[in-house]
Design a protein around this ligand. Sequence first.
Ligand SMILES: Nc1ncnc2c1ncn2[C@@H]1O[C@H](COP(=O)(O)OP(=O)(O)OP(=O)(O)O)[C@@H](O)[C@H]1O
Length: 480
Amino acid sequence: MRRAGDLLTHVTSFFEEHQLAAAHAVIGVSGGVDSMVLLHLCQRAVEGAPPALGGFSVVHVHHHLRDAADRDAAFVQAYCRQHGIPCEIAHVEIADVRGEGLEAAARRARYEALAARARGKSGVILVAHHAQDELETFVMRLLRGAGPLGLGGMRPKVEMFGAHVLRPLIAVEKAAILEYAAAHGVPHVEDETNQDTRFLRNRVRQVVVPALRSIEPQAERKVLEALEILWAEDAYMQAQAERAAREVAAWRADGSILLSAARLAALHVSLQRRVIHILLNCFSAREWTFAHVESIRRLAAAKAASGEVHLAADVRCVKAYDHMYIGRPQRDNLHLSARVRWDLRAPEAGIGQGEARWRFRRLWVADPNPARLPSPWWLLLPAEVSWAEVAVGVPTSERVRLFGGRGTKKLQDIFTDAKVPRAWRPRWPVVFVDGEAVWVPGLMRSGAWLWRGGPAYVIRARAPAACLAAWPLRADRGRR
Ligand SMILES: Nc1ncnc2c1ncn2[C@@H]1O[C@H](COP(=O)(O)OP(=O)(O)OP(=O)(O)O)[C@@H](O)[C@H]1O
């Protein structure tokens, strides 16, 4: 057990190990005993050091959630003023809980605010989590059914929102912190919500931790020992997973991700899970559950050519053949008029109504393989095209350019050659780009706007069921 007397040496060597002396770290201080002890230790660690080596600052995040929040902010500010430490009160507003719960939303907002301040400095944030926090987190995650990734708990060093979060006290027992605070008269405030048993963490702290300690007085240390083994394995697996993620996935400028279903499914199952986790973590710091990861894994391996997983209100994973897309679809551009101007940055467009509706879905593919798209139900459009027009009721005298500059073909002839029933012809859509017909879905692609390599929009058309029933010849392809 680490005693209070060892704390300064412990923190100093933690800083040395992480080459932090000159880091100009931002210390997250709530005003509670843990972060006040960390602050006190940092003050002592840099005592006498030239300013260039010791220039840390304090950030207190004011969440505007508790009655005592003003009191805490004023306390931290007064302490820092008294000791000549630069201090900022960062006000955050938690308007968007995104189904993750208030506690998690507050935590996300807090780290976002701390990271924003740290990025302008050394990029380092220090927080005062300790061994008991680690034990509580371990128990909570165990109860949530977490795998090794989650059970690994809070690492001594992690990346969050583009900053490094370091936890110098993670191996220190709570008793040593309290002992240190008493011995050095470290002032602090009490957070009354720590007693609120509506929070799972508080119930674990009040019920489970004492029970574990009564069975194993060294429970914190034992869990830490287990975690250290886990962290070493985790670091290795994570490096493998990051490499694999770069091989299976491509990140687009708008933040969405494209990946190959086959390549993902070919990885070892535990690597698949980690890769998916890495990809999901690109979409906010909310905690994705194992169920989300498994749904994506199943979708990748499924025989079905297409499918979709709703991950959160605004994040989806969509599969079309080998392509999988994880992202936030932009505003649904679905119109039911006869002529739709389709912004290709939106994933979908539709035309017609009910049973007679045609659907168009597009994917952005960094490096398409045209050999995979032999069917006339698919179209590749060069990346520079950003608008397409989907129209029905196009006069059958409209001409579609043939490949290789060999003239044009009338829509009338295209329908006749493909034996499309007359009843369907006025309702068959034609896709235009810049006023020129580029595609009669299911029937013919034109020689206009040809893709010649590089990133592209891959568009899939799906004919209405009623149409496929009336026109059985190519029904199988339309359904895919
Ligand atoms: N409002 C805040 N502003 C800045 N940093 C914070 C704030 N709340 C928490 N932190 C940082 O995150 C760490 C962990 O937060 P957590 O809420 O788990 O603990 P805590 O009970 O608030 O800790 P403490 O005893 O320091 O108050 C804190 O020790 C502190 O470093």
